[in-house]
Write a protein that binds this ligand. Structure first.
Ligand code: ATP
Length: 279
């Protein structure tokens, strides 16, 4: 559904992408993770036709993002990082404008808005101006807007940033149900547990290069099953073990000053992006 080959992007002196290769399958919920500035948004911008690559190729649903840009764009819905709704207009009006941009007829727009208002659970606020909505409601309107033209792939760039845990979980349920209805989802997030919960496969990007791609389970299993956090000479260190017994042997008679826990995807993030020493 998405194919990226040797993709590079330079902004003057900055090399934001340094030869990214990636494939995302139809119907997959794929998380694209990496530290600040690693190139996630740049990749999404290229895939959704908002920026041109410096070199390399990218295809969405078989369409080349540069040579067949209009067709490629038609396949994509984008929920960008920042809320860019028209704050003076109502929910309905925001959705309607998006439908017009994609040349949907008045009848198609009305039917689709009706369907989406229920889908994202915002029907009762359809006539409210965006400026009167909470952050969580605005995010749901952003998702509905991205889905107006029934795209094959939904790109979500940090869709839950700044939301409280309850609303984040509502968005997670929404993301899952969108995928179950047949869409492919390409998600970026800094909430690693969000990716661990939602994604079938994960890619880690670091300084413009992919450094790991696999299922969360396989990536975590490469490190081990148990993680031991301890303070050594004032620094926190994490050591990974295949079994609890192995961890206990390492600890010996040590009574405190450590935490033994299950390995999580955040451990993978820290190890593959080199932000923490892993033995
Ligand atoms: P974050 O997690 O902070 O959103 P990101 O992984 O999405 O970061 P990008 O926004 O793709 O990263 O940025 C990658 C690199 O390209 C960064 O060094 C950034 O400063 C640079 N960059 C991005 N957009 C531009 C631009 N329009 N002009 C110049 N440099 C840019």
């Amino acid at each position: 559904m998405i194919r990226i080959e040797k993709l590079t992007k330079n902004y003057r002196t900055i090399q934001a992408l340094k030869g990214v290769n990636l494939q995302v399958n139809e119907g997959e919920l794929f998380a694209y993770l990496g530290p600040n500035g690693s190139g996630k948004t740049t990749t999404i911008k290229i895939l959704t036709g908002l920026a041109n690559p410096t070199s390399g190729d990218a295809y969405v649903h078989g369409y080349h993002v540069v040579r067949e840009t209009l067709e490629a764009k038609r396949q994509c819905g984008l929920v960008p990082q920042t809320i860019n709704l028209d704050h003076e207009l109502t929910v309905d009006e925001n959705l309607d404008i998006h439908g017009r941009l994609f040349h949907m007829s008045a009848r198609e727009r009305a039917a689709r808005i009706d369907e989406l208002l229920d889908y994202v659970g915002i029907r009762e606020r359809r006539n409210s101006p965006i400026k009167h909505l909470s952050g969580g409601m605005k995010r749901r309107v952003m998702v509905a807007r991205a889905m107006m033209h029934a795209p094959k792939i939904l790109f979500m760039d940090e869709p839950t940033v700044g939301l409280d845990p309850t609303i984040r979980r509502r968005i997670w349920s929404l993301v899952k149900s969108i995928q179950q209805s047949g869409s492919t989802i390409f998600l970026t997030t800094h909430y690693i547990e969000e990716a661990e919960f939602l994604a079938e496969r994960v890619a880690f990007l670091d300084e413009g290069r992919i450094v790991a791609v696999d299922t969360p389970q396989n990536l975590m299993a490469r490190l081990g099953t148990w993680a031991l956090d301890e303070i050594v000479n004032g620094d926190m260190e994490t050591i990974f073990f295949q079994s609890r017994e192995e961890a206990n042997r390492h600890l010996g008679k040590q009574q405190g000053g450590f935490t033994l826990r299950r390995v999580n995807l955040e451990d993978v993030f820290l190890s593959v992006t080199g932000k923490k020493v892993v033995p």
